[in-house]
Design a protein around this ligand. Structure first.
Ligand code: GLU
Length: 365
């Protein structure tokens, strides 16, 4: 079995685990998963849950004999979402935090930054973020559409190092195990190539082997950003014991680079700098030798017209020393530069946080 280690994981749980008979929530599988989450947290690890099941949970309350319309499914989701949250909450003695997203939220830079910051605070305050698609507001073209890909985006936005997809199948097989008795589990995939895609029923097919197509898409998104991805069987309680021991009892898709490395190269190379932030000597030293966040008090000048979430270059004496994502837009930063973080709210009427650039969003050049 492959050995794994991780610190922050997104755990994706499918509807079949939350509402196994599609008629309301059940504790049958959720209990083991909740125990796993609690144990991981005791080990000092961080978990963000992506839970499906709102439609399946709400189906019990909107009884239709026909194939439900989109609006009926959205109504089911609206009823089922709170029931699903309550179903999770009863197994934990720490707070569960609901985050509902649409693809529009993830594409909008300001909202993306807000989501990232909210997740960061929730983890800092030991809450369990539980993410789902905002099914009752989004229709097809506004949706991510499936929770495997939503979980991949969540792993990216929460800066996780691992994505664990809990499925009803043990992992990726050499053929569909429900049809071929000699199908073998593939324990490790280092390259998601055409051959691997073909195992999921081909990249273009509508229904892959056990919904494998969207799982591979999620694995592809994550591994190329340095996030290792696991597909395991969430029906099997032994799986969670093995995961706790650091084994991967399913298929491990290895990360192409370290998450930090991938993020640093994305920040450094892929993102155009939209402006400059000039800093004083104290801020320069704090950034270079203490790995600190950039605070407004150390900012001496601002150049360019950047927005919240844009990449900016940090300069000292005209020399670029770092690059990062600015939490404040250029106009707001002009107003708070040189000030103590305590004064942000007095000056702007609101605060987005005490740092202009959080150290997680910063690389030294
Ligand atoms: N968001 C949907 C739900 O909660 C599930 C989508 C999926 O599982 O891919 O019912």
């Amino acid at each position: 079995m492959q050995k794994i280690s991780w610190q922050r994981a997104v755990l994706k749980i499918g509807s079949a685990l939350v509402a196994p008979d599609g008629e309301g929530c059940s504790g049958e599988y959720v209990l083991n998963i909740a125990r796993f989450i609690t144990e991981c947290r005791k080990q000092g690890k961080e978990i963000v849950l992506v839970s499906s099941g709102s439609v399946a949970a709400g189906r019990a309350h909107i009884k239709v004999t026909h194939q439900p319309t989109i609006a009926e499914k959205q109504a089911m989701a609206a009823i089922g979402q709170s029931q699903m949250m309550a179903n999770w909450a009863r197994f934990f003695d720490f707070p569960c935090a609901q985050i509902l997203l649409t693809s529009g939220d993830l594409r909008d830079r300001t909202r993306y930054v807000n989501i990232k910051n909210t997740l960061r605070e929730l983890l800092a305050y030991q809450a369990l973020p539980i993410v789902n698609e905002n099914d009752s507001v989004a229709v097809n073209e506004l949706k991510v559409g499936d929770n495997d890909n939503l979980a991949a985006y969540t792993a990216l936005v929460s800066q996780a190092d691992t994505l664990i997809i809990c499925s009803d199948i043990d992992g990726l097989y050499t053929a569909d195990p429900r049809k071929h008795k000699d199908a073998k589990l593939i324990p490790q995939v280092d390259e998601i190539d055409e051959e691997i895609h073909a195992l999921a029923g081909g990249a273009g097919s509508k229904v892959g082997t056990g919904g494998m197509r969207t799982k591979l898409q999620a694995a592809e998104k994550c591994t190329s950003s340095g996030i290792q991805t696991l597909i395991v069987n969430g029906h099997n309680s032994d799986v969670f014991e093995q995961l706790l021991r650091g084994d991967c009892p399913g298929t491990l898709f290895t990360a192409k680079a370290t998450a930090k490395g991938a993020r640093a190269s994305w920040l450094q190379h892929a993102l155009q700098s939209a402006g400059d932030i000039h800093v004083d000597e104290g801020a320069k030293n704090a950034l270079l030798s203490r790995g600190a966040s950039l605070l407004p008090s150390g900012v001496t000048d601002v150049a360019g017209n950047f927005n919240t979430g844009d990449a900016v270059t940090i300069k000292y004496n005209g020399t670029a020393i770092a690059k990062g994502l600015s939490l404040y837009c250029a106009d707001d930063l002009q107003l708070i530069k040189g000030k103590h973080s305590d004064k942000i709210t007095d000056t702007l009427g609101f605060t987005l946080g005490e740092a202009v650039i959080h150290r997680d969003d910063l690389i030294l050049l």
